[in-house]
Design a protein around this ligand. Structure first.
Ligand SMILES: Nc1ncnc2c1ncn2[C@@H]1O[C@H](COP(=O)(O)OP(=O)(O)O)[C@@H](O)[C@H]1O
Ligand SMILES: [Mg+2]
Length: 229
């Protein structure tokens, strides 16, 4: 298991992010998906292949996290192998190329987000097939090298059910065994909800905040804690 660096989140996940499977982290923008993925890469042994489709990966942000945690900047920043994918075709090629790049030295693959280019293109049905194939390659890599895979996902508003839903919910839910949803309740207060897990009860909630260090636990919620922190 890979630690998230949050005691509460690790407990919610039954120890941390598991290896050999795909974990989906989804939620609206600025809920902490990228911060969480970077933090997990930072805090665990092994290399990280990070596919950034949104331009959300920030070396400056990572450096700040390293500095606030008194970690060694050289060794930590070198762990990350960053790929950028500006469209779905490039994303497909990059994920496929991981078969030649990833080896036993890697502990994690991140695709952040796997659906950024899914939303805006037209032929949805063939894209769903493609997305399924990409997830299948990631799963194969997860098993072959016993590594963790985090795929982040965005949300859309489903007016019929009057709720926010993950994009490509069916295929994503089919391939990702563990699903974590992030939400922003108010400034300085975010929650992570365990939506599905192989051996933990669903619906568990932990509170967290985003700081210079990254994701940090909030132990107790005071009712007076409304706006500024
Ligand atoms: N040093 C920091 N201290 C506190 N909050 C921060 C810091 N750096 C970034 N943030 C906050 O983190 C949020 C972005 O988180 P991010 O992980 O990029 O979200 P997502 O990937 O879900 O869009 C923003 O609300 C931003 O203000
Ligand atoms: Mg992001």
């Amino acid at each position: 298991m890979l630690t998230t660096g949050s005691k509460n989140l690790d407990a919610l996940l039954g120890g941390g992010i598991d290896k050999g499977i795909l974990t989906q982290v989804y939620g609206p923008f600025a809920t902490g998906k990228t911060t969480l993925a970077m933090q997990i890469g930072l805090l665990n042994e092994g290399k990280v292949a990070y596919i950034d489709t949104e331009g959300g990966f920030s070396p400056e942000r990572l450096a700040k996290m390293v500095e606030s945690r008194d970690m060694d900047p050289n060794s930590t920043l070198q762990k990350f192998l960053i790929f950028e994918a500006f469209d779905f075709k490039e994303q497909k090629k990059t994920i496929s190329s991981l078969k030649k790049i990833v080896n036993g030295k890697f502990s994690m693959i991140v695709v952040d987000s796997i659906t950024n280019h899914y939303r805006i293109e037209e032929k949805k049905s063939s894209m769903t097939t493609d997305l399924g194939k990409q997830l299948q390659i990631l799963l194969w890599l997860a098993r072959k090298y016993n590594l963790a895979v985090i795929v982040t996902n965005q949300v859309y508003f489903d007016s019929k059910q009057n709720t926010l839903k993950p994009l490509a919910e069916h295929i994503m839910g089919y391939k990702c065994k563990d699903i974590l949803r992030l939400e922003k309740l108010r400034p300085g207060l975010r929650i992570a909800v365990l939506e599905r897990h192989r051996f933990r009860p669903e619906g568990g909630i932990v509170h967290f905040k985003i700081t210079d260090k990254g994701i940090e636990d909030i132990e107790k919620i005071k009712s007076s804690q409304t706006t500024l922190e």
